[in-house]
Design a protein. Sequence first.
Lengths: 194, 242
Amino acid sequence: MLLALLFAALAEDDRELAERLKRRDQNAMGDLYNRYGRLAYSLIYRIVKDNGIAEDLAQETFLRVWNRAAAFDSSKGALGAWVMTVARNRAIDYVRSVQGRMRDTVYELDASDNPVLFTTIDSDILNSERARRLKQAFLSLNENQRLVIELAYYEGLSQTEMAERIKQPLGTVKTWCRTALLKLREELGQAVAV
Amino acid sequence: MTCEELRGCYELHALGVLNEPERSEVEEHLRRSCAACTEELRHARETNAMMFASVPDVAPPARLRRRIMASIGAEPSRGWLSWIPWAGLAGAAACTVLIYNNLQETREDQQRAVAQVAETDARLARMQDAVRMMTEPETRQVTFGNGPQGRVLVNAKRGVLLLATNLPAAPAGKTYELWIIPKGGAPRPAGLFQSDQNGNAMHMVAGPVDVASTGAVAVSLEPEAGSQAPTTTPIIVAPVAE
């Protein structure tokens, strides 16, 4: 969590960094790694729980960002959010493939880390105040709610898979997920009236 | 389904784990350019990014940076020289190695300088947090001694701060790990850290902490990637409970 505090200072420089990445400036890749390498590695390690694999997947993550940077809108996008999403998806893809649970209940992650999707996200999203509120919100969840959130974020399980894993009715799992996610949003001030 | 009924689905959709029929429903709303769902998904990606950034800190190996730079052709691997098969080119190859190594060192110096600036910024931010904690009256402070000496500060709003001296450098492949031990509960991992060349260490666990239910804070030596539970006898134990 402490690393998230650094984002506050880093966010304002992300636009320039993204521009340099789009221009294929190789030094920008070093700067990108300095900024998000440790955080991306920590996330991947949290998911795969193996140093060597985390290293390979972190390399894949940064290469993917490098190869797709041209599509990123540096004037509006949240570079950190995109890098972290790519890292998480690489790790989940790996876990899914070794567990042999491909595609009946879950779907391709490729589309979900398309850089275009990150052009409307607040570039200052990963700042210390929000990190604090998120942690507070997460701690306010009950044990069941925390469990399903962790299974979705860090194990890539669908609700059907969660229900099987924890031997609970699908309806119960859906209720836990919904309540937990709405609570997180509420704490983060993201409740949207629909 | 209505947008209201789909609330709570957007994060899962952005994570790629939403089941049918909700998944098709969300996608149908997006195809219709539903403004509410578009906005909900934007927030969902923000929440997800914050969740991704909230994982425990783990230090990557130093070679990862070199690997990544090499993968984009920025720092070619030194190994290619060994593929030159002609003995007659040995002299030229030796010169190439010298030039290459000089260039390599210059690049590495630059990278080290950039990394040092980032590290200094991070240290400064941690120092500021520490000073704020120390000056707040509600912060609980406990000291520890015998070998490593120092104090632990616990602040309900800011978190836990460890300040230690006389802490020897961790052996190669090892690191120090902080544990927060709830009263009557198992130690919870609270981050990895190293001591500096003078044997000093400062480690901050930022975020709210329930002071009343915290029994102690401890530090043990662990493998580089950290552990989920202590694997060695703690070398620091600071009872926090009153």
